[in-house]
Write a protein that binds this ligand. Structure first.
Ligand code: HEM
Length: 127
């Protein structure tokens, strides 16, 4: 990334907008029968907050993520690449609906995908 003004974080609109994006994404995730079961016993207000912090920091924002390490938070839940693809697909839908440019959508998804193995526990590219 270059100067702060050029980070994805600022182009998406900063902290408040990212929180809104994450809220909209979880609304879709919780309405998706493939994914909703994973979040049945999860404290969703906390989850929305943690995810917003994480994504904001990952996109170059000043937020400090105060949650668990991603591999630890996701281990043993049976999350596969199929679930991850669906999850990221909902994020994509929200970004498209908000009129984010294709270039920035690509930037966000590429950044998120760098965490894929932390989420699925994959050690190779299969699955
Ligand atoms: C790249 C995509 C993802 C990112 C960046 C991400 C990030 C996070 C973060 C930051 C937390 C909070 C950890 C904490 O509470 O300290 C979390 C928790 C969690 N994630 Fe993800 N996640 C992703 C994908 C997924 C997927 C695909 C699923 C399931 C389909 C999932 C299921 C969960 C669950 C169930 C928790 C709650 C843990 C708990 O509090 O009991 N995540 N995730």
């Amino acid at each position: 990334m270059n100067s702060n003004e050029e980070t994805l974080y600022y182009r998406l609109g900063g902290s408040k907008e990212i929180r809104q994006i994450i809220d909209d994404m979880y609304d879709l995730v919780l309405a998706d029968p493939l994914l909703s079961g994973f979040f049945e016993n999860v404290d969703m207000p906390k989850q929305r907050q943690m995810q917003s912090e994480f994504i904001a920091a990952a996109l170059g924002g000043p937020e400090k993520y105060g949650g668990l390490d991603l591999p630890y938070a996701h281990a043993g839940r049976g999350i596969t690449s199929k679930h991850l693809t669906a999850f990221v697909g909902h994020l994509l839908t929200v970004l498209e609906n908000r009129g984010v440019s294709d270039n920035d959508i690509h930037g966000v998804v590429s950044r998120i995908n760098t965490y894929a193995n932390d989420i699925t526990g994959a050690t190779s590219s299969d699955g």
